[in-house]
Design a protein around this ligand. Structure first.
Ligand SMILES: [Zn+2]
Length: 684
């Protein structure tokens, strides 16, 4: 339905990277969901695997494209920054394609030059009067909406089927002419609230016959909305032109259905900062209302998927940083004068002592951001410049991934499910802090049969509530430790037990015992890799025979960032090598980590774009290594001659793929980069 040759006024449609990305993935395999065909009529040969000269030419073309893209990117970024706020967006840039060659400048009539080619065509087809077009564009400028947004407000035009039909034709898009049709095609999503649908003039539709995402739009050229929806659906969404009159009718009837529910829980602080409030706040942060500043920071960081928010007093002002995909990014700077008031507000919300500024404090806030309840753990730290606040955002509504969704490969998935459903055994997970161990633990738990088995946990702290699981929290003050909690759990006739961490020998010993007496036990343990887990247990003076009999699976994991699929270009292995060496990665390190790079291998490399906040990465995924304790390894452990290298050799023999090999596979799939593997693997 979409006509890719028709520019939709999309800033990245003109960025060559978009096109390069689509065929770049052909080399690596597996085009990303929603990848568009290349914008210009692509040569048919580009779909076949390339070799020799063709590949070199292609490579050069992409290098050029990348340079071009960088330049365009800067422009697009600027445009996007302006357009991010509808009240600032100039009419012309968001209404169609003013860039079309030969369109505006050599047009002697000033009036015509005002409109995009599509609108000009509609005027020349007699579907829109010159007068209405001009009055709409003036209205758009005054009210800060797009041209089509303004047309929709003109009552005589909002129901003009001929005009909208023509618009859809010119844009090569589908058309919904009445409310009944719209109602039938409608789909719902939690993130599309009534307010959002109203402000953006869009409603989600059921996918088309080929499974492509679609949405009904009053302004199909509104790129911001298109990107916003595509981001949330994680695939490219195509607009379908809808008659504004029909849209309003349906939206009105939906109001009650998709409006956020009134929550009965009084302890939840509702947060909903509007665009207008946000714009005002950003233009004049000094004059802003303090509660609004706090709301804005939380809403924005939560919206970006941050796991932690840091508020830091510095000489230059109050710096707000958010941890996104494991790395801190500066979000904003506000006047230092605001800092103490903001901290006080957070303390009030968190039930902390506002007057106490010299001692560190902990607190907890429950808020409702837009529609999702959010649990926030607050911690303050007195520094010489003032109190630094760190807020950890624990999103209750975030979906716990099943083992399938964790990105586990076939063999790994089979192994893990096999051990979860076994009558007994011990599954240990290792990895540095922040490597997603908790997520893996929870996903294992969610795979356990909670209806017919008694699933009990002892955690510190309970991070997420899981339905059908009895969760207990460590409380050292009253003597409830991992060890004592586990002892209690074992008297509760459990089938599956999760122990947050085998922190000490006593806990580890009890967990081993529990698994030997007919329970499935999950836990985490501090060790560098799968084999290290075994050594760690033995170092804790646990009998080798018990270790060998209890442990059935040892999992080690690291979180790597996923390369942004919007801005990846193909480069040769030698270019990647050159960059890595320039960053100080030595050949010895490559060797030690088992990451060697083929110079001629085409590799996908992100360049940074608005979609990935110019980091080149968006989202994270775990890389695993799994050691199944089989008969041969068991025998070796019991023999007392448990040499680490020997265990590793046996594991490799029985088909264990190493973390490095799994990481390289991800690079080959275009999911991540060597640079990222070095960053993550190099640390541990
Ligand atoms: Zn990107």
């Amino acid at each position: 339905m979409a006509n890719p040759a028709m520019p939709l006024g999309d800033p990245d449609a003109t960025v060559v990277v978009g096109a390069a990305d689509a065929d770049a993935t052909l080399v690596v395999g597996g085009a990303p969901a929603g990848a568009r065909p290349a914008a210009p009529p692509a040569s048919p040969s580009s779909s076949a695997p390339m070799s020799g000269n063709a590949a070199r030419v292609e490579f050069l073309r992409k290098v050029q494209a990348r340079a071009q893209a960088k330049a365009n990117e800067a422009k697009a970024k600027e445009a996007q920054a302006k357009a991010a706020d509808p009240t600032l967006s100039p009419t012309v840039t968001t209404t169609g394609a003013p860039l079309a060659p030969g369109q505006s400048k050599d047009d002697s009539k000033r009036k015509k030059a005002f409109f995009s080619p599509t609108i000009t065509k509609l005027v020349s087809r007699g579907l829109l009067s010159q007068r209405d077009a001009i009055s709409a564009s003036l209205r758009a400028r005054d009210q800060g909406t797009t041209f089509l947004g303004a047309i929709a407000q003109i009552s005589t035009l909002a129901g003009d089927i001929a005009f909208y039909q023509g618009l859809a034709e010119e844009a090569g898009l589908g058309f919904i002419a009445n409310d009944r049709e719209l109602q039938q095609m409608l789909s719902e999503a939690e993130w599309l609230t009534f307010k959002e649908a109203d402000v953006r003039g869009c409603l989600l539709l059921k996918p088309d016959d080929l499974g492509g995402a679609r949405y009904a739009a009053i302004d199909p050229f509104d790129v911001i909305t298109r990107d916003w929806i595509s981001d949330r659906l994680a695939q490219r969404a195509t607009p379908v032109v809808v008659l504004p009159a029909a849209f309003q009718t349906v939206l009105g009837s939906l109001k009650t259905r998709i409006e956020p529910p009134k929550t009965g829980d009084e302890s939840l602080v509702p947060i909903d900062v509007s665009w207008q409030q946000e714009t005002k706040l950003l233009s004049e942060p000094g004059a802003a209302d303090v509660p609004l500043v706090v709301d804005y920071i939380l809403q924005r960081c939560h919206g970006q998927g941050a796991s932690d928010v840091h508020l830091e007093p510095t000489e230059e002002g109050m710096v707000v940083r958010a941890r996104l995909d494991g790395i801190l990014h500066e979000q904003s700077r506000m006047p230092l004068a605001l800092h103490s008031a903001v901290v006080s507000r957070i303390k009030v919300l968190g039930g902390m002592d506002v007057a106490e500024r010299r001692r560190p404090q902990d607190g907890r806030i429950r808020v409702m951001i837009r529609r999702s309840p959010l649990d926030i753990r607050v911690s303050t730290l007195p520094t010489v410049l003032g109190e630094k606040v760190v807020m950890r955002l624990l999103d209750d509504s975030a979906v716990r991934p099943s083992p399938e969704q964790l990105g586990l490969r076939d063999r790994h998935l089979r192994l893990i499910l096999d051990k979860i459903t076994a009558p007994h055994g011990m599954i240990l997970i290792s990895g540095p802090t922040g490597s997603g161990k908790t997520t893996t633990l929870y996903s294992c738990l969610s795979a356990a049969d909670r209806e017919r088995r008694n699933v009990v946990t002892i955690e510190d702290p309970v991070e997420y509530r899981l339905k059908g699981v009895h969760q207990m929290q460590v409380n050292e003050k009253i003597g409830l430790t991992f060890a004592s909690g586990l002892r209690t759990i074992l008297r509760q006739d459990p089938d599956v037990v999760m122990v947050g961490e085998c922190r000490d020998a006593e806990t580890a010993r009890m967990a081993v015992q529990a698994s030997l007496t007919g329970h499935v036990v999950f836990s985490t343990i501090h060790a560098n890799d799968c084999v290290g887990v075994i050594s760690r247990l033995l170092d804790m003076q646990i009998d080798p025979f018990l270790v060998a009999s209890a442990v059935t699976l040892s999992i080690s994991q690291r979180l790597v960032r996923i390369a942004c699929k919007h801005c990846s270009v193909m480069v040769e292995g030698r270019e990647v090598l050159r960059q890595l060496r320039a960053e100080g990665v030595s050949d010895e390190k490559m060797q030690r980590l088992g990451l060697s790079i083929d110079e001629r291998m085409p590799l996908s490399q992100p360049t940074g774009c608005a979609n990935c906040r110019h980091t080149g990465y968006s989202g994270r995924q775990d890389v695993f290594e799994m050691l199944e304790v089989n008969a041969a390894i068991r025998k070796l452990i019991i023999s007392g001659n448990h040499d680490v290298d020997e265990i590793r050799r046996l594991a490799n023999e029985s088909g264990m793929t190493t973390m490095a090999a799994n990481g390289i596979q991800m690079v080959a799939d275009g999911r991540t980069t060597y640079a990222e593997l070095f960053r993550v693997f190099g640390e541990g």
